[in-house]
Ligand binder design. Structure first.
Ligand code: SAH
Length: 294
């Protein structure tokens, strides 16, 4: 079932159009496809360009991870098409989606492909855009807040921090064949202090084994952030050696993170402070290295 766009939101669409005009955002022309990121869950994390696209599109093909609340701002006449996997149920074939984008655009529609997070981060946005390019269909990419950065921020974990990591690696736990990708795990383990995993719940045990074999410390802090930025966000702070076990009882979608920067959550869990009155530690790294900017 598609959520239907309601005329109730005409005023909001008008406001969005005014905002787009004021900021001189590009017009969504007919016959174009925009591939846009919806952000990781909180509808407030969509970009203005993304919102503009939602308000103007004639057809919106949206993924399971794109927050459906955003679709309320679509034109009442817009066709809303669910095109994604949900809970392991049959997914629309990738080729079908790409072909649909091409044929809709050729019929003169303004086509919005709305994806969770950022369309170019483990989201097959590149594949879809290449099909459009080959077919000669004009397209625009609208980046979004990716779960591995924005989701961690909502968990109070900065993806980089100069006291913990000068580099970060983003990894998918799910290769095209469904298996753990055949990476050089030695290089991955040594390459950067912070590792952020997408789609990794199912292979978490294997990931932990590879990282331990490559010399990462079993007691290193790690975290699992489920439903990040959404209403059901939950965070489990653990250690590398227990990450596989904790992954088994964690809900998808989830981001896994390994590295010292996880410790910063004790001082930066702003959402916990807001919702549960959590006390934030002044010096979570225990180094008295706080650089006071006041
Ligand atoms: N393009 C998306 C990623 C798509 S791959 C992005 O940039 O965020 C799907 C994976 O993203 C999920 O398996 C999970 O690892 C992660 N993910 C997406 N949304 C998430 C959320 N709200 N909370 C936690 N993980 C999320």
């Amino acid at each position: 079932m598609s959520p239907s766009a309601t005329p109730i939101h005409a005023a909001e669409r008008l406001a969005t159009r005014r905002l787009a005009d004021a900021l001189d955002l590009p017009a969504f022309e007919t016959g174009w496809v925009w591939l846009a990121g919806a952000g990781p869950g909180d509808p407030g994390l969509v970009t203005l360009l993304g919102l503009h696209a939602i308000a103007e599109a004639d057809v919106i093909l949206y993924d399971a991870l794109a927050n459906e609340a955003l679709l309320k701002l679509a034109r009442p006449t817009a066709k809303l098409v669910f095109a994604g996997k949900r809970g392991g149920k049959a997914s629309c074939r990738q080729n079908d989606i790409s072909r649909t984008l091409v044929s809709l655009a050729r019929r003169g529609a303004r086509v919005l492909r709305l994806k969770g997070g950022d369309p170019f981060v483990f989201g097959r946005g590149g594949e879809e855009a290449l099909t459009l390019a080959r077919a000669g269909v004009p397209f625009r990419i609208v980046p979004g807040v990716t779960a591995g950065i924005g989701g961690l921020a909502y968990a109070g974990i900065p993806v980089t921090h100069r006291d913990t990591n000068h580099a970060v690696t983003f990894i998918t736990g799910h290769g095209a064949d469904g298996k753990l990708p055949a990476l050089d795990w030695n290089a991955v383990a040594k390459g950067s202090p912070t590792l952020v995993f997408y789609m990794a719940l199912a292979h978490a045990d294997e990931i932990v084994t590879k990282l331990l074999e490559a010399g990462r410390d079993a007691r290193e802090p790690a975290a699992i952030v489920s439903n990040a930025t959404g209403e059901g966000q939950s965070v489990v702070v653990t250690t590398l050696e227990n990450l596989g076990c904790d992954a088994k009882s964690s809900a998808a979608p989830a981001i896994l993170v390994v590295g010292e920067n996880v410790r910063l959550r004790e001082g930066l869990d702003w959402l916990g402070a807001l919702n549960e009155g959590r006390m934030l530690k002044a010096d979570p790294l225990g180094r008295e290295k706080l650089r006071d900017v006041s």
